[in-house]
Design a protein around this ligand. Structure first.
Ligand SMILES: *Cc1c(COP(=O)(O)O)cnc(C)c1O
Length: 757
């Protein structure tokens, strides 16, 4: 065991030797070495198979050192023919380790006779050649352990390192939090349970910001600052700030640092609600860029033509509030850089068009922290190596470390690229940071920001992203293979995306660039090369609806598939009408997506047999008895017919694209809400009224209306559909945030809070 003070970690020394268990001289000599290492307190794990050496490369994240044997058993007589195979195995093993880890020590172990066969490109990657019989096992063991420990002690990035030191140093503290390193929990049975569940370290590391040696998140000092600088280097940005309250907060920090009441802001209509909250909080006047949509409900790119200053000026003049603004230069542009479905923008093209016309460019990269680590995404993310600067415009990216990298929930970061003539004024910026941050940040989240960044250090980051891409492509290929096996006369799920993908490997970035004449997206007139689809987001299309929004004879609403998968232990990130999506984060494994493919096959089987719901969805049926005896296929048909009757695919597309009139600024409408100058009005009487609430249908969870906007007939027909659907099919409710089922003056119905007239 190895430790920072008394902290214990398991990082064994891995020995790979055909003779590890053999009753011969070389077997006994390697076992002597293993024993000597063990006697020094380090664990040794031995493997005997030399055949598939590269498979051991995966151990590199758990090991502290490799010792690979090359002696008679591997090299035979030493003739060129006999050594060719093991040398090649050795070389690919070393390359595989070095692809993600440049530092872990690797020693070769053998007779001096065999050393001369090792080619230079292999030797270069080694920490040494251990000559059998030349030194005592004890001497060799100490040398190896020294290298292993040196390696391990270099692993922890600054803040995590300091936090471990602090937590392992058992000094008594008098500061908050009140549980005093977990001790308070031990005073009651349920507290004991909590303590045992989370473990002592998590509680000891839960410290407050009066601990000087850990530095201050809020002032960016000490080890926290060192970690932020480390992460800035790894992510190739000029500044990087950790945020422990999610990208929801990062977005508000960026906005409040630069936007004031009455400012014009240019915002992706398909933005996260935290951006709409930012508009409300800052008192800004929004003009919106409209993304395209297809009838699967997938949100496409904002066409490039929307980004021109002419188009933006037209929107400003058409907006009753923006038109009257004192300063017509927009303060900020916010784009969702990677939509839920994985659409990305070419940032350099946006910078070129708008770079000098908008004060600040902000890319909401909640789903894109991985992009900077792989050329696959070149120019399709905000900030990276060798990316040109704008002259006077700052570029911000806000990223949810926890969504795609290894961060704890709420781990987020703000990245900044300075302009040529304009640098971020960090001192003033931090005032906004303070406005939105808790004065008691969670230190485990800071540590996870620190570790998530360190994990992406070259070359590991590139290897991890490449692996996600590869898994994502393998998944798509596996789905196509199943499809081919079922043939044209049978149905299967489709994965949405380009038709031509690489037959093996990850292929080319160009395969994923979106073009005007592609027939798979139906986003209309979009400019080729302005966008790409991120392969790691896989939207799975269920049968029943085509790209034009026409319903087929039969259909399988995605809501049922995702309920089915949930009962089989697979939780889906987002479910649409006839689509749902899964992500290939750096945590995904072959086993995971393979079981997805298997479960989908199982679903198909159960569907084709029309098995009753009590068998296939027992948990759901226990809450909704009325479905007990209905067949899976019959239920799908029932819901499908309901969607068809209301032409839901077209309504949901149309309502997002419909003309929505702003009657008040969002902040003024919010003021009405705060003062309760609002009333609950039935959706039957709501046309022309002004919403005081964000109205957000799930799916897709993208806000449809912002406070201050008027209800139009398209939106109302959707709300009526939601009402009818919910009463017809309980258990499959369409959830619309802002829409409430209530009884007002004795009348039960569906209501929305609108501004009083
Ligand atoms: C999830 C998300 C956010 C908010 O991130 P949190 O870390 O959950 O607060 C912001 N923007 C977009 C586009 C998101 O998807």
């Amino acid at each position: 065991m190895i430790g920072t003070k008394d902290m214990k970690f398991r990082f064994p020394i891995v020995v790979i030797d055909e003779d590890f268990r053999a009753e011969n001289i070389s077997g006994s000599s390697i076992r002597d070495l293993a024993e000597a290492i063990g006697n020094e307190g380090m664990e040794v794990v031995g493997f005997t198979s030399y055949v598939d050496l590269t498979s051991f490369a995966q151990q590199a994240s758990r090991a502290s050192c490799f010792i690979v044997s090359i002696d008679d058993d591997e090299f035979g007589s030493g003739s060129p023919e006999e050594v060719a195979v093991p040398i090649e195995a050795l070389r690919s093993f070393i390359l595989a380790v070095r692809k993600r880890n440049t530092d872990i020590p690797i020693f070769l172990y053998g007779e001096t006779r065999t050393a001369q066969h090792i080619p230079n490109d292999v030797l270069r990657e080694l920490h040494g050649f251990i000559h059998m019989f030349e030194d005592t096992p004890e001497f060799v063991a100490r040398h190896i352990i020294r290298e292993a420990k040196k390696y391990l002690s270099s692993l922890a990035p600054p803040f995590f390192n300091a936090l471990m030191e602090y937590a392992s140093d058992s000094s008594y503290s008098w500061h908050c939090p009140g549980h005093s390193g977990g001790v308070a929990f031990l005073k009651s049975p349920i507290g004991q349970m909590f303590h045992q569940f989370f473990g002592e370290n998590m509680l000891r590391a839960d410290v407050c910001n009066s601990v000087d040696e850990l530095g201050q998140l809020l002032d960016h000092t000490g080890p926290v600052a060192a970690s932020e600088q480390n992460a800035a280097r790894i992510f190739n940005s000029d500044h990087l700030f950790f945020v422990t309250n999610g990208t929801s907060t990062s977005n508000k920090i960026v906005w409040h640092s630069t936007v004031a009441p009455g400012d014009i802001v240019v915002v992706d209509r398909n933005c996260h609600k935290s951006i709409l909250h930012s508009i409300i909080m800052t008192g800004a006047i929004p003009v919106f860029l409209m993304p395209t949509r297809n009838h699967y409900g997938i949100i496409g790119p904002i066409p490039k033509s929307e980004f021109t200053m002419e188009s933006i000026r037209e929107k400003i003049e058409a907006n009753p509030f923006a038109r009257k603004a004192k300063n017509k230069k927009p303060r900020i542009l916010t784009i969702t850089q990677s939509t839920y479905d994985g659409i990305l923008y070419n940032v350099e093209q946006i910078k070129e068009i708008l770079g000098s016309n908008i004060d600040t460019l902000h890319f909401d990269e909640a789903w894109l922290p991985h992009a900077t680590f792989h050329d696959f995404y070149k120019n399709m993310h905000a900030i990276g190596t060798d990316r040109p600067r704008s002259d006077d415009t700052l570029v911000f990216a806000t990223q949810s470390t926890h969504k795609l990298l290894a961060g704890l929930s709420q781990a987020s970061q703000i990245l900044v690229q300075n302009g040529n003539n304009r640098k971020l004024d960090t001192h003033r910026f931090n005032e906004s940071y303070l406005m939105h941050s808790s004065t008691s940040p969670q230190y485990s989240i800071i540590a996870s920001c620190d570790v998530a960044a360190a994990m992406m250090e070259a070359p590991g980051g590139t290897a991890l992203v490449e692996e996600s891409l590869l898994e994502a492509l393998d998944f798509r290929r596996a789905m196509r293979k199943v499809d081919a096996e079922f043939g044209d006369d049978d149905w299967w799920f489709q994965v949405w995306g380009p038709k031509d993908i690489a037959e093996e490997g990850i292929g080319e970035r160009e395969d994923w660039v979106i073009r005007e004449d592609d027939d798979w997206h139906d986003f209309g007139n979009i400019e080729s090369g302005f966008n790409m689809l991120d392969p790691i987001k896989a939207t799975i299309i269920t049968p029943g609806l085509n790209l034009k929004g026409d319903f087929d004879e039969f259909g399988i609403p995605a809501a049922i598939v995702s309920k089915y998968l949930a009962e089989h232990g697979i939780i889906i990130e987002k479910t649409g009408l006839y689509s749902f999506f899964i992500m290939f984060t750096i945590g995904i494994t072959k086993g995971r997506w393979n079981s997805m493919v298997t479960e989908l096959q199982q679903f198909k089987d159960d569907y084709d047999q029309n098995l009753p719901l009590w068998r296939v969805l027992p948990e759901f049926v226990s809450k909704h008895k009325q479905y007990e005896r209905i067949g899976l296929r019959d239920l799908c048909t029932q819901i499908h017919d309901m969607y068809k009757k209301y032409d839901v695919a077209k309504i949901t597309t149309d309502m997002y694209l419909s003309k929505i009139e702003p009657a008040m600024t969002p902040a003024d409408a919010w003021a009405k809400m705060a003062h309760r100058e609002i009333e609950r009005v039935s959706i039957d009487e709501i046309e022309g009224r002004i919403t005081a609430m964000l109205v957000t249908p799930y799916p897709p969870g993208i806000p449809l209306m912002v406070p201050g906007e008027r209800f139009n007939s398209t939106i109302i027909s959707y709300l009526k559909f939601a009402r009818d659907f919910n009463s017809a099919l309980p258990g499959f409710e369409t959830d619309v945030h802002g829409l409430v089922k209530d009884t007002v003056n004795g009348v039960e119905g569906y209501y929305i809070d609108v501004v009083k007239e």
